[in-house]
Design a protein around this ligand. Structure first.
Ligand code: GSH
Length: 217
């Protein structure tokens, strides 16, 4: 059985969503955020203290987009992956990693210096600058989803989960009001998916049962 360590609305939502889309059984362990402060026992499992941690037999992974790639190749075949022989293979890998490496990075600074730090350490300048940086980068998503329902391959893939999580995070930190029209419509389509709704429900149910949901927004 796959075990996923998760905090509400953290990057571990990517693998949670993928597990629901794939219909795989899993055990969801909820932690308060940040675990390094509020669940110190977690450091014995993941010395980084970061979320996600996915354990599947002897496999242990802590990078959310690598976990997406792992799940759709380890539990293949699935239309959620783009095969090496498909023309969109390169675009697929690019979007898959773009979601974390290019989009989520500036959001992290908006979150940290806009909300998480103590009052005296907050920096509206940093938060504003990195919000602008995020929107500059989001322009390529706006163009892609204005032209197509999904990012690549003419179907929903884990690349959409990777970028979709960045949109979820943007909403939680107050940036969604400035999405362009195509990204707004794309984000609505993603949220309407059964797999997305099941993931949100699983997060809520496990959070309630384990009394661990500590919200950071
Ligand atoms: N690149 C990693 C980043 C993991 C990460 O930084 N996760 C955040 C939550 S969204 C975290 O654990 N922050 C708490 C901390 O750094 O102590 C990924 O994509 O999974």
């Amino acid at each position: 059985m796959i075990t996923l360590y998760h905090c509400t609305a953290a990057r571990s939502f990517r693998p949670l969503w993928a597990l629901e889309e794939l219909g795989l059984p899993y055990d969801l362990k909820m932690l308060p955020f940040p675990p390094r402060a509020f669940a110190k026992q977690y450091l014995a499992l993941n010395p980084l203290g970061t979320i996600p941690l996915l354990i599947d037999g002897d496999t242990r992974m802590t990078e959310s987009t690598a976990i997406l790639q792992y799940l759709v190749t380890r539990y293949a075949p699935t239309p959620l992956a783009v095969g090496i022989d498909e023309p969109s293979y390169g675009a697929y890998l690019n979007w898959l990693h773009f979601g974390e490496a290019t989009l989520t990075f500036p959001q992290t600074l908006v979150l940290r210096y806009g909300k998480l730090e103590s009052e005296e350490r907050r920096s509206p300048q940093v938060a504003t600058d990195y919000a602008k940086w995020f929107f500059g980068r989001l322009r390529v998503v706006e163009a892609a989803v204005a032209a197509s329902e999904t990012l690549c391959a003419g179907r929903f893939t884990v690349a959409d989960i990777s970028v979709g999580y960045a949109l979820l995070l943007a909403e939680r930190i107050g940036l969604a009001k400035d999405f362009g029209p195509a990204v707004t419509a794309y984000w609505q389509r993603l949220q309407a998916r059964d797999g997305f709704r099941r993931a949100v429900n699983a997060e809520n149910v496990a959070g309630e049962q384990q009394k661990a949901a500590s919200h950071w927004w």
